[in-house]
Unconditional design. Sequence first.
Length: 71
Amino acid sequence: MRLWDNKGKQVAKWRGHRGYVRSVAISIDKQTIVSGGDDGKVRLWDSKGKQLAELKGDQGSVNSVAISTDK
């Protein structure tokens, strides 16, 4: 997974998913990133690229992720 700034410069490259990343969501404060991929997993990352958690789902791809603003 890669992250670019608003000028198109790559600022980070993270490894974790096997296969394609299908969906990404970024928290409002831009401190947490959630990704879902072909490996059937959802991963939570901090903004510096450290993986915080790995959630195992179904056997198929994770095609959509979201972050709630509820506390």
